[in-house]
Design a protein around this ligand. Structure first.
Ligand SMILES: *Cc1c(COP(=O)(O)O)cnc(C)c1O
Length: 463
């Protein structure tokens, strides 16, 4: 088992190096190919040699996204206890579709399901599936929505498909995540099915505009709302969205890839007001809960609709009498990794208080970052920092000049390596996105990063 020892030592060294590592990748595509792309041999190579070559060859191309100063996208790191549980998951190599293929995985996922519903305070009878990420959580939830709204219209979509089905209206926030639109493609609705409801200056769906849109709608309807805008972290006014949509009999889905975790914080739960009345929710564990990839969570209030869309039966499968024990009925995957083990480990390790602290600490660090940057008169914070996201614009003068300065600062920050983050276009303006989602980030990391950004901003002055 020398290869396992080598992996253990290399992993420990890597994790210890994270706080001081150059955050972005250093090697180019060509450099990585040069060391890693060897001809596939006829007779193979010794395990240890292969592992060493892989570790050494990949090293310069590894992005320190697991580390404390990676603020790009909304990524999150991996808590050590979750990594360890993930190692065990690989070693156990359970197929987690059925109780009969892994009794332990099935029971652990059942416990994780109860803990998560309790933590979010969502209906305890809901169906829960552990999927690869929020993309598939959105897909699964919208498949359940499709099942339910068409069933109400007397149409069995699983049997008959969408051809000839009553038309389904899908209303989405104008700023809904790309994965909502992708899910609509996968589900056969098509991109054009999505009617966009306008948003306000913080990226929140306008409840007034939704009311108006719903007035002309008849028949099966799905509304996709958002808890945690990827740019601003803002929340759609869920209470009003739910009142308006449910009055018309619509299904309401909430994409809360990171925002749903606000439910675990007493100080932030108000952002989600009313969300427990929704019909489905999607979130990630690999973002804010800091488990390794890939791990998302889909929750559907009516487990019948959930299983109606996902269930799988076949003569050769040894399925449980209680269908809820067989995860295959709640996810699009068939054979499946034991995603429940790392979630179990990190939830049990942190406890309610630990999770609340993780959420609150990241939110406080987002505010710290915003205030440190805003102290410079060449910096503008574009959003109300209500959660863990900060949207920053740099420079002086015209809009075009600010766009240019902002893009220059982002590119220079990425090269410099103290931290890593990325850009976006927000309401027509170039902006830098900062996401605080890592369990290991300290206030000192935030200060060091803000300093590095401001030095880079000042170096560009006059050039
Ligand atoms: C990240 C994200 C997704 C997609 O999640 P994956 O885990 O990458 O599949 C969906 N919606 C929102 C709001 C997100 O932030």
């Amino acid at each position: 088992m020398k290869s396992l020892d080598l992996a253990r030592d290399s992993a420990a060294r890597f994790l210890e190096s994270l706080p001081e590592r150059h955050v972005g990748a250093k090697a180019t595509h060509a450099e990585l190919k040069k060391t890693l792309a060897v001809p596939l041999s006829e007779d193979g190579e010794p395990e240890e040699d292969v592992l060493r070559a892989l570790i050494d060859g990949a090293e310069p191309g590894i992005v320190a996204s697991a580390g404390p100063r990676y603020f790009g996208y909304v990524i999150g790191g991996s808590h050590p206890v979750a990594i360890a549980a993930d190692w065990m998951t690989s070693a156990w190599d359970q197929n987690c579709g059925l109780f009969s293929t892994s009794a332990a995985a099935s029971v652990v996922e059942e416990i994780v399901r109860d803990w998560l519903l309790d933590l979010f305070d969502l209906p305890r009878a809901a169906g829960v599936g552990l999927v690869t990420g929020c993309q598939m959580a959105n897909f699964t939830a919208l498949a359940a929505a499709r099942h339910a709204v068409l069933e109400s219209a007397g149409w069995d979509v699983e049997r008959k498909g969408l051809m000839g089905a009553p038309p389904v209206t899908v209303l989405v926030s104008a700023e809904s995540h790309v994965t909502i639109h992708r899910a609509l493609r996968f589900l056969g609705f098509g991109l054009d099915a999505a009617r966009r409801v306008e948003t306000d200056g913080q990226g929140r769906m306008s409840a007034g505009a939704l009311h108006k849109a719903l007035r002309d709608v008849e028949g099966p309807t799905i509304v996709c709302a958002q808890a945690g805008n990827v740019n601003t972290g803002s929340f759609d006014p869920l209470d009003e969205v739910l009142d308006a949509a449910h009055a018309r009999g619509a299904w309401v889905h909430v994409d809360g890839a990171f925002g749903l975790w606000a439910a675990a914080s007493a100080g932030r739960r108000h952002l989600l007001k009313g969300f427990e009345r929704a019909d489905s929710w999607a979130t990630d564990a690999h973002k804010w809960l800091n488990v390794p990839y890939d791990c998302g969570v889909v929750i559907v209030a009516d487990p019948r609709a959930h299983a109606g869309a996902m269930s799988a039966t076949a003569e050769y499968l040894e399925q449980s009498a209680g269908a809820e024990l067989d995860q295959v009925n709640f996810v699009p995957e068939f054979s499946r990794r034991g995603r429940g083990f790392p979630i179990y480990a990190v939830l049990r390790h942190l406890g309610r208080r630990g999770i609340e602290n993780l959420v609150d600490r990241c939110c406080a660090q987002a505010r710290l970052m915003a205030s440190l940057l805003a102290a410079d008169d060449g910096v503008e914070i574009l959003n109300d920092v209500v959660l863990n996201q900060v949207l920053v614009r740099f420079g002086k003068g015209s809009g075009a000049e600010k766009d240019e300065t902002t893009r220059r600062v982002i590119a220079a920050v990425q090269r410099e390596g103290t931290l890593w983050l990325s850009g976006t276009t927000w309401h027509g303006m170039a902006a830098m996105r900062v996401s605080l989602s890592n369990w290991s980030t300290t206030d000192e990391d935030v200060r060091k990063s803000a300093d590095a950004i401001l030095v880079i901003l000042s170096e560009g002055d006059g050039t």
